[in-house]
Design a protein around this ligand. Sequence first.
Ligand code: COA
Length: 247
Amino acid sequence: MIQKSLEGGVSILRMDRADKKNALTGDMYTVMAEALETGNTDDAVRCHVICGQPGVFTAGNDIADFLKYAGGGDLSNTPVLRFLRAIARNEKPLVAAVDGLAIGVGTTLLMHCDMVFASPSAIFKTPFVDLGLVPEAGSSVLGPQIMGHARAFELLCLGETFDAERAEQAGLVNWVVEDVDAAAMECARAIAAKPPQAMAISRRLLRGDRTALNDTIEEEARIFGERLSSPETIAAFQAFMSKKPKG
Ligand code: COA
């Protein structure tokens, strides 16, 4: 459900679960986390590309998977946390190609990318509050840093939908292009062709000290885990699973 390949120094991670809108399961997170972790020390990997299927980047975490955690609440040893830690600590440039839906973590993971290409039909949405949840993946810090508090509030608290143009204006997206996969690959090949050490050092300088961000990811996850057992969240997830109208 994650297609992995390595082409000329570019590690490609393609989410491939179109029948479920690329909703991310534990196995999918694990494969992506491993690729990011091993890429850090693999000289053959110069850049990562993360992409989806036509019309869908990802609909976010698999809601059925989340329901499994509703009783326990501790996410610290889960594949999703492993993935979030891996993407936050990833040391190789990361390029994303977004066509269609990017929901929940599909939007917040983009805040860890260096280059994001979106198609004109891309949709960015994080319905955390509507699901009784809170922002994750460090987005409570990265969102305001990238787009300012006001727009981050709209996206992360109001759950407003950003189209590609708005996401580009907000600084979440670098370029809006028709063929996102081709644009992302061209960009990744250009990154891979540059001197890798200078690229790594430069990127590290731009990103700065990430200790506070890593702490935020853990804190968000602790609260998110607690919220999974909240009546608000259980009702929202059950409504989705049974396709009953929400609210
Ligand atoms: N988790 C689990 N399954 C999901 C899913 C998710 N996040 N998103 C979509 N699916 C499944 C649907 O249950 C459906 O499965 P089925 O065919 O077995 O019934 C299938 O993917 C297609 O989704 P559907 O809702 O029929 O497509 P749509 O085009 O009408 O709507 C979405 C697409 C993405 C808008 C809608 O599925 C949705 O709102 N998904 C939930 C998004 C979400 O809240 N993610 C979590 C954020 S924290």
